[in-house]
Write a protein that binds this ligand. Structure first.
Ligand code: COA
Length: 168
């Protein structure tokens, strides 16, 4: 798979909030305004415990993905997900899929995590075979289907699956 030659990836900035809100509206159906507001308050992305990357093709935001650090709170149940860096929120515009953009966003985020830790995590709905196939390319291996992560549920009848990959 050859990534698009005109693809660039960079940390998100406040000016991306509108485009990210519209993109995320495709997935969630939540009103665009609400999503734009959420992105506006969450950006700029440069924070020690989080990285938000946007993928750009010809000046258009066509995808995004985050890394977040998770520290289980003291009151977390025994089956809580491990402390560490989690790839989350990966989304590629529908008309830009299967062009290697998702893979590029994973690669860039793993490179960022690898300067901070020797492993990275992510979780997916067991029915999201596209995401699971994509992450498998980066040696993510299933850890558990019985884990707790705050505010995360897996609707649609699937199970949550927690994965980990070792980093160089
Ligand atoms: C999953 C998603 C991020 C993939 O992004 P993408 O840019 O299309 O993925 P890539 O082009 O980088 O795919 C790389 C490889 O992953 C696998 N893959 C990606 N999408 C796939 C699909 N729909 N079906 C099967 N395999 C798929 C393939 O092996 C693919 O290589 P190939 O195209 O050479 O066969 C995208 O479909 C998406 O945004 N889905 C909705 C949101 C979502 O599910 N996010 C993940 C939440 S955990």
């Amino acid at each position: 798979m050859m990534p698009l030659p005109e693809l660039t990836v960079r940390p998100g900035v406040v000016g991306d909030a509108e485009a990210l809100g519209r993109l995320e509206h495709e997935r969630q159906g939540t009103p665009v305004r609400e999503l734009v507001e959420r992105f506006s308050t969450g950006l700029p992305a440069a924070r020690n415990d989080r990285l938000l990357l946007v993928a750009i093709v010809k000046d258009e935001v066509v995808g995004w993905g985050q890394v977040v650090h998770f520290q289980p709170p003291p009151e977390a149940p025994a089956n809580h997900a491990p402390e560490g860096w989690y790839l989350s929120s990966l989304l590629i515009a529908q008309n830009r899929r299967r062009l290697g953009i998702g893979a590029t966003l994973i690669q860039e985020r793993l490179a960022w995590v690898s300067t901070r830790a020797s492993e990275a995590y992510y979780f997916a709905n067991s029915r999201n075979w596209a995401s699971i196939a994509l992450h498998k390319r980066f040696a993510f291996e299933e850890l558990s289907r019985d884990f707790w992560f705050p505010d995360v549920t897996f609707p649609g009848g699937g199970q949550g699956v927690l994965f980990r990959t070792a980093l160089p």
